[in-house]
Ligand binder design. Structure first.
Ligand SMILES: CC(C)(COP(=O)(O)OP(=O)(O)OC[C@H]1O[C@@H](n2cnc3c(N)ncnc32)[C@H](O)[C@@H]1OP(=O)(O)O)[C@@H](O)C(=O)NCCC(=O)NCCS
Length: 170
């Protein structure tokens, strides 16, 4: 999932939201990622993906207005989701939930909150890629309203695999 260039014209949703706007369900809080979250996000990224984003890359997103990462926490980190905005499109770049917190609706809530914030920022369409073998993620995205738009051959490395491209209008 490549980072897009040439961002403009968006409200700084991450920074605005960091000024106090959060969404909570029961004990779970969803809010924009801050510097204090980076260590745990990087650790979960490293244990989940074969080509994880580094602490440095995650840290850089905090001052990039086109990037927004949300974290779900119950004291400890449960999961996170990231998006990169370009013109009126948002590319979902990262989604992961801790193994022992899965199937509790954490990813769905993260995507719902991300979608609401993207709509507020005048984003019209969300896009993402997912490994064709990643049934859990496919089902998640379908349940959140995404549909398959095409494939990218050999899009992934380690291991090499095709990607489904999925999108939804918001
Ligand atoms: C994919 C992932 C983010 C889902 O997180 P989650 O918090 O467990 O997902 P949710 O509990 O919000 O599930 C929402 C819906 O997604 C679908 N889903 C999630 N996990 C599933 C699984 N293992 N098998 C089948 N469907 C699944 C279901 O429709 C589910 O709704 P339901 O529980 O009411 O049936 C998580 O499994 C994960 O972190 N995987 C590793 C990282 C990854 O693959 N990220 C995506 C990269 S593109």
């Amino acid at each position: 999932m490549a980072k897009a260039q040439g961002m403009a014209e968006h409200e700084p949703v991450g920074r605005a939201a960091a000024d106090g706007c959060t969404a909570s369900i029961g004990q779970m809080t969803i809010r924009p990622m801050t510097e204090e979250d980076i260590r745990e996000v990087a650790a979960l990224e490293a244990e989940t993906f074969s080509m994880p984003w580094s602490k440095k890359s995650l840290m850089e997103t905090l001052c990039q207005e086109e990037m927004l990462f949300l974290v779900a926490r119950e004291k400890a980190l449960l999961g996170y989701a990231g998006v990169c905005m370009s013109l009126d499109e948002g590319e979902i770049t990262n989604v992961a939930v801790r193994e022992n917190a899965r199937r509790r609706g954490v990813a769905r809530r993260l995507l719902e909150e991300l979608t609401a914030r993207m709509a507020e920022a005048n984003i019209c369409r969300l896009v993402l890629e997912v490994r064709v073998s990643n049934t859990a993620a496919m089902k998640l995205y379908e349940s959140c309203g995404f549909a398959i738009a095409g494939t990218r051959k050999r899009f992934y490395e380690r291991p090499v695999e095709d990607a489904w491209v999925m999108n939804k209008s918001i």
